[in-house]
Structures are given as C-alpha cells and as structure tokens.
Design a protein around this ligand. Sequence first.
Ligand code: FMN
Length: 289
Amino acid sequence: MIRLIYASTALNEWGTEDLLKLLKECRAHNSAKNITGILLFSNNTFLQVLEGDEASVTSMFALIEKDPRHSDVTIIEKQHITERSFPYWSMGFESVDSNQLTNIPGFNNFFAKDFTPAGLAANRNVIAPLLSHLRAKLISQVTPERHEELPMQHEDPFIQVLHRTIRIGVKFLALLMVVVILFGIVDVVYVIYEKIAQPPVMLMTINDMLETFGAFLAVLIAIEIFLNITLYIRSDVIPVKLVVATALMAISRKVIVFDYKSLPAEYVSASALVLLALGVTYWLIQKKE
Ligand SMILES: Cc1cc2nc3c(=O)[nH]c(=O)nc-3n(C[C@H](O)[C@H](O)[C@H](O)COP(=O)(O)O)c2cc1C
C-alpha cells in the first residue's frame, strides 16, 4: 500500500454545494477501489491524503491531477505504508478556516497564510500534526454518543422532572458524604487520642496502629465514594473503574484489620476470593483502557 499526499489550488469559487458534490463523487469511486483518505479544504487550497494499493492510488491521482477544477497539484509525500491512517473513510472531509488551523497543536501563525501547495511543500513537518489532529477529529465523530443516563432534556416532561429530582438527590448525597468525611476525620483523631491515652501512655501497640489505619482507610473510602457521586453528576455515567477501586479499598481495609485468631477460616477465604475477583476486574478495566 502507499500513502500519497498532495496539495492543489482550487480554481473558481468553491461553495459548500460544489464541495459536497465533489465528495459524493470521490466517495463512490474510492470505496469501489478501496482507497481511503481525507480531503481538507482551507484557504482555497486542497490537501488530500490517498491511501490504498499502489496501482489504484497512482491511477486515481493521475485522474485527479488532470482535473480542470484545480491547479498547482504538488505532491507533498508519497510513501509505502503497512497500515492506513484513515481506514474508515472512503474520503473524510474537513473544511477548515485559517483561525481553526492556527489552533491545531504544532501549527504557528505563519502557517495559515502558507496553507498553499508551495507553502505546504516547504513546511512538510506540519503535515504529521495536522493529519493526526484530523484523524482524532474524525474518530471522535464516529465514536458513539456518550450514554446519558439521566438526560436533562426528555420528550416526556414527567420523566424530565423525575430525572431532575434524582440529580438533586445525587447532589444531596454528595453533601451528606462531605459530612461523613468530616466525621471520619474526627474519628481518626479520637482513635489516635484513645490509643495514646491508654496505658502505656504515649505508646501504640501494633494492634492499636492497625485499628488507627482502619479509621484512616474508612475516611479514604468515604472520599472515594464522594468522588463516585460527583463524577456521576458530571458525566452521567457510573465510573465503573472508580467503583471497583472503592470496593477494592473497602475490602483491603477489612483485610488490614483482620484478627486472624478469632476469624473463621471460611470468612478469610471468602474475603480472599472477593479481593481476587475485584483485583482481576480492575486489571481488566485498566487493560481495556
Ligand atoms: C481536489 C480534488 C480531489 C479529488 N479527489 C477525488 C477522489 O479522491 N476520488 C475520485 O474518484 N475523484 C476525485 N476527484 C475527481 C476526479 O478528479 C475526477 O473528476 C473523477 O474521478 C472523474 O470521474 P468520472 O471519470 O466519473 O468523470 C477529485 C477532484 C478534485 C478537484
């Protein structure tokens, strides 16, 4: 396979209608020939990426080059590739104005006016950041919409009221969680005070320390739950990874303060299983990300 990138100057005025007509033409031909890529139009200049097997791309380019609707057709890059950069688009399309161009990372101001075949040929280093930006943009366009669990807008006003009520409820829960966190902190202080006030005064045994860690971890779990709640408000999706992490912390907290002398073996084994299952789940989520 090869990737061919060229730039050209559009002749005549190209309105949205003309561009759409061209795109329609491109898409039909390109998908038949298994050619993918992107066509960018900015500053009266076309920048097109064509990817596919060498013979198809070369013959397509020969056709495009002769097209009387543009001139100054200049090859910017032609190279063999093993993987397509734009695999999903028989011809992706972007029309970008010079302001948007300068907002793309890796670009600077002079580039907007240099977005011409000659300018692009002289500044080949900007092609890679430009293409990766366009690629990310196209990918975000085809990525399915974020799943909204409690949409604020709903065709049924009654459901909308219910959603709003639940959202208010979630906010109230977040507020209560802050109160619980503050109580947890007071509890940590109290546990430490209690341990060092008991004889031997100002000394902590290993068991005292483990109990103190338990109190600390309870506050940390409360903070995790608070984060779960606030994330839920912000993103409308249950942050599965955070929920699993919170459960892992909660069970770990129990394990840390286990008193193995008094606990039955079944209890310890069951906790070990839960811990293992949560650990594997967390690892799988992490891996998928
Ligand atoms: C900037 C520009 C880019 C083009 N890109 C493609 C393309 O990717 N695929 C395509 O089939 N035609 C493209 N065309 C159109 C071809 O130049 C040509 O008009 C068309 O392939 C001829 O189709 P026909 O043989 O059915 O008349 C492009 C034209 C222009 C001006």
